[in-house]
Design a protein around this ligand. Structure first.
Ligand code: CUA
Length: 329
């Protein structure tokens, strides 16, 4: 039989060791960690995780202890009565009570929506390849359009109404709670209650095409008063000058900027674009340089994106568009 050369074996050991050493790091980014809960549902899920993990580890230790005792322990004959009892306790009572305890703990965490009050805020989410169309339901029943950055008030029940226009996506904010699919032709509801103000990261959790991994979104949880202020600002039309280059390049055919251009809505609403943290649904930090790069080669930065390249525009016109967009606070 062929044997691995010492070099390959050593390399394999190194890779395996590095992979194991990196495993705990996967849970270290608190912005996007289900184990650093910032919402009541995420806290329930984290508790369930630890209960199941510790429960499973205890069962494993008991089993291994018993197996080691069976192999290494002193060999002596046992009575038939002892053997029957041992099998009954170890094979029937122990797994039944252990699994029942884990099941009851899990079932108790299922959300009871029948008793739930009306949500404080409803946010309509339409998943698109590869970005998020958002609509905040206002007090008068209208919706305030936005995209790619979710803002929420702390300590309020939020109801997300999720759907999709193309393929199945999945909306997930690990720090706030579980995920929910966004499916074409139907509306799924997800309720979350953020408890800690801060900036978190949401992701698409269902493979949806070449830029699935570039379909993220910052989530800003505000103190309730700050959220009211933010929503009031979003309600306003754009306050920016110098839209000529934006109009001339035809950007308005796909993007709404309320008060400036309201024709097309294929792409994200840009009315308050400059108030967001990122470009391209969490892909790049919002800076003038990144925005210019994005206009030149969006498909290079985000494969499969439907936005065309504006590389043929003269630099000065592209700069005018960048300047205009960065004014859209
Ligand atoms: Cu959208 Cu994955």
């Amino acid at each position: 039989m062929a044997r691995a050369t010492p070099g390959i074996a050593k390399r394999t050991r190194q890779v395996a060791f590095s992979a194991l050493a990196c495993l705990p790091l996967a849970a270290c980014n608190p912005e996007q960690s289900a184990l650093h809960p910032a919402g009541s549902d995420a806290a329930d899920l984290a508790n369930l995780f630890w209960f199941m993990t510790i429960g499973g580890a205890l069962v494993w230790c008991i089993l291994m202890g018993t197996a080691i005792y069976a192999v290494l322990g002193k060999k002596r004959p046992r009575s038939e009565r002892f053997a029957d009892r041992f099998v009954f306790v170890g094979g029937v009572i122990f797994p039944t009570t252990g699994l029942a305890a884990l099941l009851i703990f899990g079932l108790a965490l299922l959300p009871d929506w029948a008793e739930g009050d009306a949500p404080h805020l409803r946010v309509h989410v339409v998943a698109e390849q590869f970005w998020w169309r958002l609509g905040y339901e206002d007090v008068d029943g209208t919706t305030i359009a936005s995209a790619n950055e979710v803002h929420l008030p702390a300590n309020a029940t939020i109801e997300f109404v999720l759907t999709s226009t193309d393929v199945i996506h999945s909306f997930w904010i690990p720090a706030l709670g579980g995920k929910m699919d966004a499916i074409p032709g139907r509306s799924n509801l997800l309720r979350l209650t953020p408890t800690k103000a801060g900036v978190y990261r949401g992701v698409c959790a269902e493979f949806c095409g070449p830029s699935h991994a570039l379909m993220a979104f910052p989530v800003v949880v505000h103190a309730p008063d700050d959220f009211t202020t933010w929503l009031a600002a979003q309600r306003q039309p754009a306050d920016a000058s110098g839209a000529e280059a934006f109009r001339a390049a035809g950007c308005g055919a796909c993007h709404v900027v309320r008060g400036v251009s309201e024709g097309g809505s294929v792409g994200p609403d840009l009315t308050h674009f400059a108030s967001r943290h990122s470009i391209g649904a969490g892909t790049l930090k919002l800076t003038a340089a990144n925005l210019s790069d994005w206009l030149v080669a969006p498909d290079h930065i985000k494969p499969g994106v439907r936005m065309p390249s504006f590389a043929t525009l003269p630099d000065s016109e592209r700069q005018d568009i960048v300047d205009f967009l960065l004014e859209l606070k």
